[in-house]
Design a protein around this ligand. Structure first.
Ligand code: ADP
Ligand code: ZN
Ligand code: ZN
Length: 688
């Protein structure tokens, strides 16, 4: 098995000869054309001896590495077939790049080094971690009743070969992580390895520190894309050799080779980052469930706001729901207040203020009392667009169907889609007017306006731009934990996971755009974000009773806010599920997208229409609806026109049968489609 993307039209299964007999799962290096590539001896492939062709020989066997196990291969086979990719592509992509690059001798040296050096003890992970000292409980606390029941259920699942996946549904600060830790402790005591998945690299240092502190004698390794290739290889080797006790990582870690796996945890299971958006577009959460089923180990999905898919499984009894309804130590969730933006008096010709007077007052009060505030606006940059009031010019991107965003700190106009960045023009490029103006507001402008309104407050900003510099993120988080920041302004980056202890006020600025989005998941995502944001306040029980969340909105009557005020996830989930059922959308229907990109939209469109015509001739298309092609919401990115087509079925199995029959035809069709840049199938897409 070699890495040949399905789309390259080259089979990923190739036959080679070998003098010695090779075990399935063995890693080898083989010649391919003039190159030499890494390969895996795959199971269940009978050699085609009678073909009459002389086979090329295996160059070398990577003997220092034990063959990959049958369960690992089964996971890869499932992922390849479910997401319609070649097995070789999925298998090789799941391995660290260095493993594919190095020779047998070089790898043998790395294996020896990995066995020697337990580099991942707490000493190695402790620096560069911004963590509130009080948040780290080195000693295991006494569990609450709810936590005890959850832990017992996980234990019970570990005793059964076919236990249902577990949904640990607990509000933020209800002690979910503590449950993961104690469940891990039991799994480790049984001699098994633990796989913990987190959605974002930013969240790994925090959890890594907590895990390492709790298990100082255990070997804990990280697996995510920010590691150097050498570190990644090291983590992989240690896990594969069974020497790592706990593997903590982002979505790619779901493919870690773990010979003694005993427990899988998926934290913040609803998070969109679990879905890979290129290559094999897998959901690490869904693969984690499948892996648990394959390996007969419990899978714990944790969230305060589960995805509707998971929630529906819990309602129907396919997953077992474990509830943590109370925050730890009597801490309560903040009281949510809505500010109706429609009631602001509007002077003619004047823009509305960024923050309503009562919201500003609340911020001022908290800062004066030495408490911290979080202001959440999900738009980065200074202003989303510049325009010329004279001639109507707008700062559109020449390569994308999108505006370029104005960033004031380095005076650039930047396209967030293709990356084009240029200095802000001094005058309107179309009419020469010197007075070009920003429209709308991003975090940069909001922070500037806040600083003007509250000169005594220490304000910090956290978003993808502010966090770009090396160590910048750690520095801001550290300052926040140390109490050196009064108000933290940021995008969704500030809402996730952080255990800030001193926040008593959270402000959400105009979270309305998602309410009327064409994306059917926008409401679900926005609700989760706001619940997460609310969860940042009042984590310290002593302050919790006076903690608040202010939401500035033009639509205070919206059902989303009614549920938010009550911190009632179930209420909103029921409503959304009702809408999804009526509209025939997931989780009540199953979707796949066929995507096509080309310089010319007509070419992409033609490929999709021909694909639809082909689909209609397939017997397997029975029970599957293929909708007409449409452009993506942002149709053009970097001069490429992007089109897509939805295939839908009430039955997952039928959709799978259809895709399996359709894909080979699409490969053939692609070969005839001149000018098509690329195509891809996205099974269970996040957005349509
Ligand atoms: P979540 O993961 O649900 O946000 P955590 O597990 O991080 O919650 O718990 C929130 C805080 O409460 C943490 O500081 C944690 O150390 C502490 N904590 C968790 N469980 C207990 C417990 N049973 N007794 C005392 N403190 C606890
Ligand atoms: Zn102009
Ligand atoms: Zn662009």
């Amino acid at each position: 098995m070699i890495d040949a993307p399905q789309h390259a039209g080259l089979a990923s299964v190739l036959d080679y000869s070998s003098e010695q007999s090779l075990e399935p799962g063995a890693l080898v290096r083989v010649p391919l054309g003039r190159r030499e590539v890494a390969g895996i001896v795959w199971r269940g492939l009978a050699a085609r001896r009678d073909s009459g062709v002389t086979l090329r020989g295996v160059t070398e066997v990577l003997e220092a590495i034990t063959p990959l196990g049958p369960r690992w291969m089964a996971l890869v086979e499932f992922a390849a077939s479910y997401y319609q990719r070649a097995i070789g592509e999925v298998a090789l992509a799941a391995l660290p790049a260095e493993l594919r690059r190095l020779s047998a001798a070089q790898l043998a040296a790395r294996v020896r080094r990995a066995q020697r050096a337990p580099e991942s003890g707490p000493k190695a992970v402790a620096p560069d971690i911004a963590l509130a000292p009080e948040a780290v409980a080195t000693v295991r606390p006494l569990l609450t009743d709810e936590q005890t029941r959850a832990l017992a259920a996980i234990d019970e699942a570990a005793q059964q070969p076919h236990a249902a996946p577990l949904l640990l549904h607990g509000v933020t600060g209800s002690g979910k992580t503590e449950v993961y830790l104690q469940a891990s402790e039991r799994s480790l005591a049984r001699g098994r390895q633990v796989l913990m998945l987190v959605p974002e690299i930013n969240l790994t240092p925090q959890l890594l520190a907590r895990v390492a502190q709790r298990f100082p004698a255990r070997r804990v390794v990280a697996m995510h894309s920010a590691l150097t290739p050498a570190q990644r290889l090291q983590s992989w080797l240690v896990a594969h050799a069974g020497m790592a006790d706990i593997v903590l990582g982002t979505r790619l870690a779901v493919f870690a080779s773990l010979p003694r796996l005993g427990l899988v945890v998926v934290d913040e299971e609803h998070d969109a980052s679990y879905k890979q958006q290129e290559g094999a577009r897998y959901s690490a959460r869904d693969l984690a469930i499948y892996r648990g089923h394959l390996e007969h180990v419990p899978v714990v999905l944790g969230s305060a706001t589960p995805s509707l898919e998971t929630w529906q499984h819990a309602r129907s009894g396919r997953y077992r729901r474990l509830a943590l309804d109370q925050r730890i130590a009597g801490a309560t969730l903040p009281r949510v207040q809505l500010f109706d933006m429609g009631t602001l008096p509007r002077a003619p010709g004047q823009a509305l203020p960024a923050l309503a007077p009562p919201v500003l007052d609340a911020l001022r009060e908290r800062v004066a009392a030495g408490q911290q505030c979080l202001v959440f606006l999900n738009r980065r940059g200074y202003a989303p667009v510049l325009h010329c009031p004279d001639c109507g010019w707008k700062s559109d991107c020449p390569h994308c169907s999108a505006w370029r965003v104005f960033h004031k700190f380095d005076r650039t106009l930047r396209c967030h889609h293709c990356g084009l960045s240029e200095p802000v023009p001094r005058a309107c490029p179309s009419c020469g007017n010197l007075d070009i103006q920003p429209i709308g507001r991003g975090t940069e402008k909001l922070a500037e306006q806040l600083a003007a309104e509250l000169p005594q407050a220490r304000i910090a900003r956290l978003d993808a731009d502010a966090a770009r510099g090396r160590g910048a993120l750690e520095q801001t988080l550290g300052a926040m934990h140390a109490g050196e920041v009064d108000i933290l302004v940021g995008t969704q980056m500030v809402t996730k996971g952080h255990d800030f202890r001193r926040i008593t006020l959270v402000v959400a600025v105009n979270p309305d755009s998602a309410l009327f989005s064409s994306d059917f998941r926008a409401g679900e995502r926005q609700f989760a974000l706001l619940m997460q944001a609310a969860g940042r306040a009042g984590r310290d029980a002593a302050q919790a009773s006076n903690s608040r969340m202010w939401v500035q909105t033009w639509h205070p009557q919206h059902a989303l806010f009614a549920a938010l005020r009550r911190h009632d996830y179930a209420l909103f989930a029921e409503r959304l599920l009702g809408e999804r059922q009526a509209a025939g959308l997931p989780p009540f229907a199953h979707l796949a997208l066929l995507r096509a990109d080309a310089r010319d939209a007509a070419i992409a469109g033609r490929f999709l229409r021909e694909a639809a015509t082909l689909a209609a001739t397939l017997q397997e298309a029975d029970g599957v609806i293929v909708y007409p092609p449409v452009p993506l919401p942002i149709a053009r990115v970097a001069d490429v026109e992007r089109m897509q087509m939805v295939a839908e079925s009430a039955s997952r199995a039928r959709l799978q049968r259809f895709l399996a029959a359709w894909t080979p035809h699409l490969q053939a069709l692609r070969a005839q489609s001149k000018g098509l840049a690329r195509w891809a199938i996205d099974v269970d897409p996040l957005a349509i």
